[in-house]
Design a protein around this ligand. Structure first.
Ligand code: NAX
Length: 331
């Protein structure tokens, strides 16, 4: 049997954490033959609830789960972790500005970065889910300098999956037959869901979404807003934010990163920008990526038309502003 992989989940007593840990323990993140040890971190006021989650994991008798640590100690949580899924953070409460939330999370991510820097396994792969996801990831990168920049990513796969689902619904095809949408930029309402290169597998071969959806007003209007606003729609319906879809997408993100994307398919990941597609280097920006042998590369050479260019730039501008605000909080 393979050596167990240690997976850290922060904010594990929260909604997404509760949905995610059983998925990890069932092999949905790292594969059905990969044993795991779960390290779950939360804060003191949630220690009892966290312990309850641990009890449930034990009771579920998962055959792949080789150990569970439930702790409020960051050092214990980060020690020896191979994979870190960072969900914990300060939630946005009524009346709070996005910037208030950001300043609280910047200090949390600075502290947790330092713990990962010192105690995680050398090649630890990090996925930041907590908002503002891209900017928390930038801060984490800054304060964990020995973790390679390529190992620090943020979640935009939920937005990617939402875009696939919207197209599938519109065309009345199965979501598994739609591929290669792209989420560019920030996991915020400035994100750009791009279908210019997306295709659908049909019985007559692969077809461009742009040809199949003839109503381009929908494709470049309502579709984009629907993906951007889907999170708000879920909150309205559930009175709680998305959790099972976020957890499932986090599994998709890590699984593809570790095990690879299939040939001819790309996915969206928030990754460290090297300046590709004219995106300022040093941001954590969502790009189309392919994954192989545990690494990702930004897909190169896609044609970007004027409509897309403006949208790529607008979301980059927001990320530049967020980054400089985050740094100002640390002064
Ligand atoms: P919850 O409030 O249910 O859970 C968050 C958990 O984090 C709580 O248990 C809390 O005690 C814990 N926590 C707070 N500070 C902590 C710290 N310093 N160390 C460890 N744990 C800490 O939120 P949930 O609905 O699970 O959402 C978690 C985060 O994901 C939020 O920031 C949310 O905005 C973000 N999201 C990101 C998404 C993405 O696609 N990137 C989509 C879903 C989600 O909205």
């Amino acid at each position: 049997q393979k050596t167990p992989v240690t997976v850290l989940v922060t904010g594990a007593a929260g909604q997404i954490g509760y949905a995610l840990v059983p998925m990890v323990a069932r092999g949905l993140m790292l594969g059905p033959d990969q044993p795991v040890i779960l390290h779950m971190l939360d804060i003191l006021p949630n220690a009892e609830a966290l312990n309850g989650v641990k009890m449930e994991l034990v009771d579920a008798a998962f055959s792949l789960l080789k150990g569970v640590v439930a702790t409020t100690d960051v050092v214990e949580a980060c020690t020896g972790v191979n994979i870190a899924v960072m969900i914990g953070g300060f939630p946005r409460k009524e009346g709070m500005e996005r910037k208030d939330v950001m300043s609280k999370n910047v200090s949390i991510y600075k502290a947790q970065a330092s713990a990962l820097e010192k105690y995680a396994a050398p090649n630890c792969k990090v996925l930041v889910v907590a908002n503002p996801a891209n900017t928390n990831a930038v801060i984490l990168k800054e304060f964990a300098p020995s973790i390679p920049a390529k190992n620090i990513t943020c979640l935009t796969r939920l937005d990617h999956n939402r875009a696939l689902a919207q197209i599938a619904e519109r065309l009345n095809v199965h979501v598994g037959d739609v591929k290669n949408v792209i989420i560019w930029g920030n996991h915020s309402s400035t994100q750009y869901p791009d279908v210019n290169h997306a295709t659908v597998v049909t019985k007559d071969g692969e077809k461009q979404v742009r040809e199949l959806v003839t109503d381009h007003q929908w494709l470049y209007g309502e579709f984009i807003t629907a993906v951007q606003q889907r999170g708000a729609e879920i909150i309205k319906a559930r009175k709680l934010s998305s959790a099972l879809s976020a957890a499932s997408s986090a599994c998709d993100h890590m699984r593809d990163w570790v095990l690879g994307t299939s040939k001819g398919t790309w996915v969206s990941m928030g990754v460290y920008s090297d300046g590709s597609y004219g995106v300022p280097a040093g941001l954590i920006y969502s790009f189309p990526v392919t994954c192989d042998k545990g690494g990702w590369s930004i897909l190169q050479g896609l044609k970007i038309d004027d409509f897309s260019r403006a949208k790529l730039d607008a979301t980059a501008t927001e990320l530049v502003e967020e980054k400089s605000f985050a740094y100002s909080c640390l002064q």
